[in-house]
Design a protein around this ligand. Structure first.
Ligand SMILES: [Zn+2]
Ligand SMILES: [Zn+2]
Length: 220
């Protein structure tokens, strides 16, 4: 499966679509492994409140990175070095060029693994050895939610909640109206705080929304 079809998807098809993406299958294995380790008590936080706090910290870390990476890494000025341009192209240009091509939709495996390593480090800093797995789980679950909502934004699926429908609409504005706004995929909080959530009627249509390789030359 590399592109979307015209007919509407059911929730079951959306789930099947998610796990047909190779990068997402690897993520699921990671997540299930960490959950099993937690459940079997190999490494657990000292108390339930501490575990919940660490899960929340992991979730907060991903929901912050989701915005920060999209805004400042994926939409950084066009790199001059050819190898960096190739990486950047895979990370985001291709996705903006053809948003319906699911082959370039998810975070590549090396990126996903690096991010999860970061979550391991953050968990250790927050709670020592016992903090690692709960933080990792909170991070990984919200990372999966991001991939899920991003897929839902690009296939003919109508989200069941008003929140999901609003986020899908905002992501369409990012792709088809102006790539300089609406960076959040699972939540609009940082867009609102950092002024990248204007009324779409007041935003000009960007000529580079489909071609990020021109964004620097165009001064966008
Ligand atoms: Zn997208
Ligand atoms: Zn983007």
């Amino acid at each position: 499966m590399t592109s979307t079809t015209g007919s509407s998807w059911t929730a079951r098809e959306l789930l099947a679509g998610l796990f047909s993406l190779p990068e997402l299958r690897a993520w699921a294995v990671l997540l299930i492994g960490a959950a099993m380790l937690c459940l079997t008590g190999v490494v657990t936080a000292p108390s339930l409140p501490a575990t919940l706090g660490l899960l929340g910290a992991g979730a907060l870390l991903w929901t912050t990175l989701e915005y920060a990476l999209h805004r400042w890494l994926l939409h950084m000025p066009v790199p001059r070095q050819p190898w960096l341009r190739r990486v950047h192209r895979r990370l985001h240009w291709q996705h903006h060029q053809d948003p319906s091509d699911l082959a370039n939709l998810s975070v590549p495996l090396w990126g996903s693994l690096s991010l999860h390593l970061l979550a391991l480090g953050a968990g250790f800093l927050l709670g020592g050895p016992q903090g690692v797995l709960p933080t990792f789980l909170g991070f990984s679950i919200t990372f999966g939610l991001y991939e899920w909502m991003h897929l839902a934004a690009h296939v003919p699926y109508r989200p069941r909640t008003p929140w999901g429908r609003a986020m899908k609409r905002r992501h369409a504005w990012h792709h088809f109206k102006n790539e300089g706004y609406w960076f959040g995929v699972t939540h609009p909080v940082l867009d609102r705080l950092l002024m990248t959530s204007p009324r779409p009627s007041g935003v000009p249509r960007s000529p580079t929304a489909r071609d990020l390789s021109r964004s620097t030359e165009e001064g966008a």
